[in-house]
Design a protein around this ligand. Sequence first.
Ligand code: GTP
Ligand code: MG
Length: 471
Amino acid sequence: MASSSLFTSATDADDPLSKALQPPPDESPDDRALRLQQQREAQAISHRIDEDIQESKKAFDRRKKAIKILLLGQAESGKSTTLKNFQLAFSPAHFRNERAAWKTIVQLNLIRSIKRLLEILQDEWDQSVRPSRPDKGKGVAGRSPPGPTVRFSTSPLTDTHRRIRMRLSPLISIEEELTKRLLPEANEKVRDVCVRAGSGWKGVLTSVSSNHIERRPGTAEGRSKDDPTAVLAACRDDIVTLWEDPVVREVLKKHNLPFKVHSFLNDAARIATLIYEPTDDDIVRARLRTLGVEEHRFTMENGALPGSEWYIYDVGGSRSNRPMWIPYFDDIQAIIFLAPLAFNLMLEEDSKVNRLEDSIMLWKEICGNPLLGKTTLILFLNKMDILQATLASGIRVSKYVPSYGEQPNDVQHVTKYFRDKFRGYHKRLSPQARSFYWHETSVIDTRSTAAILVGVREGILRAHLQSVNVI
Ligand SMILES: Nc1nc2c(ncn2[C@@H]2O[C@H](COP(=O)(O)OP(=O)(O)OP(=O)(O)O)[C@@H](O)[C@H]2O)c(=O)[nH]1
Ligand SMILES: [Mg+2]
């Protein structure tokens, strides 16, 4: 038949491609060997590309079937801490595999706190040094005659404090070195330890903590001077002495010590040793600011549907990061929205904006977004421990939120007041009716959070199975 001839002559000598691939008629044995070698290499590359395409297709299919959760909320609301709780509760083996990387982050958190502490002491020295003229007041009309200026310090800090500060200076160079490795573009202004999403930082840090193979466990032998474990251990006594010193405490109080400076300082004696291994709690509490969007894939190791694949997307919450959230709205089953009831605090990136107002504004945008009309929204009123401490210290909500009026200034009433606000916007702005789920959380408490997450997981799973008509 005429039609079959259309397909039979694919390797005809007239075909330009076949012609181009023909070896030259006068090919030498060496040229032939080279040509065949090049063909084999080209085939191997082509094979690898095919495998990569297959792998990407499998990953794409896997992701399509998996359950996907997006963690949203302003910076420092507790998204990454919630993610770590998820991993600890449902994928503990995976969580603990990353211990080596987290060890360096905990050490860096501690070193940053020490750095901050030293900066405050330096401020105290700077502010307390007063120029003085020894014969002040003796001059004509109260003016001192020209003469040498004597400087004296009114600070309670002594030369011992200065010497400790000198001895702690190697920590500062280590901090700068590690920060550069984690985020080469980091600048002085970034207070927290941060990494860019997808930069392979866990690999970098695992190598930092395993680079220094000890010849004798628990000794400094075999460790180099840029090893944070060795330097911290050498500085341990000085750190503890400085942190526990009553004079230093007085100075910190006077300088309005920011809450964050406490980070890991109370645990310095335990962390600054050669045998330090981070506990689960250390890992959960370690602060690591997220930049961009991080995808975390893990397989449920327990509970209903073990072996099921979950993806959690953890985003950076500061304002400059928020436009990066939108591409992830398309294909997720649930959003966990973290909203600390920080009615008395301002955003770090804009000190004129109240944190709670910012959270409510974000929540309204999420509730009303048509792309998220079918997504389950779960609200975590997080940092309840801080709310409790704030109210216990006598800070009144009505001072910051006049509409709160004369209602009782206790955790129960305050939480209900704001929860009702979030519920109201959820109801009013959702494109179609959906249930309102909320929890009061303190996600640094891994035990209570695990119990909450079991319920959250079952709820998301049920909604997912319903949506694909399995139940
Ligand atoms: N006291 C207390 N601290 C918390 C709680 N949740 C989180 N934190 C701390 O708050 C800080 C910020 O938490 P993260 O989980 O890193 O915040 P995030 O939302 O991921 O922040 P970005 O990555 O900057 O968007 C960390 O030091 C946490 O340990 C909580 O419930 N109570
Ligand atoms: Mg984060």
